[in-house]
Design a protein around this ligand. Structure first.
Ligand code: BV8
Length: 234
């Protein structure tokens, strides 16, 4: 599949890569947005208007994620191996807020939508690992004030993280691989076009079904990530 055996690679993943680990996606029939309204749980206004509901939403997902049965799958591990073995740079950009890529061993990793197991404080500069339930009254472990803690998660209408680093990598990569994402959410859904706009970038989609941006990819394979990704990396 690869024309240049040392080209820098940028990989974008979405919720589909974690589905076979037991985590829900967002837009599949059994997905998260089938049970919750984005505007009530995943926007800054939602947090202002109903912080208890937003904390409940993320407390539920945080508790599900730390369940010992939730483990990285062979797709996560194959991407970590690709980073170790590929002669060129491999940057993994995930939209997911789970910690499965990191636990699988990926190091050059950007969580562009934040991380479910981190929190920050609106009263001070705290940013720390957190796996317990969070509430409006939880005192900040740094400044001691209540009412300021929030999940370290990028809500709709908020700027995704490390965008400069991502666009610099897209401008320089020889291969862009999109895995397990429906291509609904921007700016992530626009990365394939950005990669195409840089001469010579080969684009590949590995997904259960064609995404919204399917026609923008040079190559595509459809099926479960745990079948496609290890085979691709080998
Ligand atoms: C921003 C964290 C600007 C929260 C999330 C341009 C056009 C239109 C709209 C916009 C635009 N620019 C901005 C917007 C608005 C908005 C947006 O895109 N809205 C959409 C809904 C139209 N974007 C934003 O607000 C972004 N911010 O652009 O800010 C800005 C500028 C200046 C200053 C300030 C701001 C921020 C977006 C981030 C929102 N946060 N997550 C949380 O998780 O609770 S987004 C959320 O969607 C998750 O991160 C999720 O990962 C992401 C994308 O979903 P997917 O991962 O693709 O999941 P999905 O279920 O959709 O698809 C799963 C896929 O897997 C499917 O294709 C399925 O077939 C496949 N699959 C299933 N099983 C398997 C599988 N594949 C392989 N194997 C399997 N087994």
């Amino acid at each position: 599949m690869l024309r240049d055996e040392a080209a820098p690679i940028v990989i974008l993943t979405g919720a589909g890569i974690s589905k076979e680990s037991g985590l829900h996606t967002f837009r599949d029939p059994d997905g998260i947005w089938a049970r919750y309204d984005i505007s009530e749980v995943a926007t800054p206004d939602a947090f202002i208007n109903n912080p208890d509901l937003v904390h409940h939403f993320y407390n539920d997902r945080r508790a599900a994620l730390i369940d010992p049965d939730i483990q990285p799958n062979t797709a996560h591990r194959a991407l970590a191996r690709l980073e170790r073995e590929w002669p060129g740079d491999v940057l993994l950009v995930t939209q997911n807020i789970d910690d499965l890529h990191g636990r699988a061993g990926s190091k050059n990793l950007i969580h562009m939508h934040g991380e479910l197991l981190k929190i920050r404080c609106n009263h001070c500069d705290l940013l720390t690992h957190w796996s317990d339930p969070l509430g409006r009254e939880t005192p900040c472990p740094a400044c001691g004030k209540s009412g300021g803690l929030r999940p370290h998660v990028v809500w709709f209408g908020e700027m995704p993280l490390e965008m400069e680093r991502i666009y610099a990598a897209l401008a320089d990569c020889g291969l862009f691989i999109s895995i397990g994402t429906s291509g609904n959410v921007y700016p992530a859904a626009g990365f394939v076009q950005t990669a195409r706009d840089e001469a010579g970038t080969e684009t590949i989609e590995l997904n259960l079904e064609p995404s919204n941006g399917a026609t923008l990819f040079d190559h595509s394979q459809y099926g479960p990530a745990t079948e496609l990704v290890p085979a691709f990396v080998n």
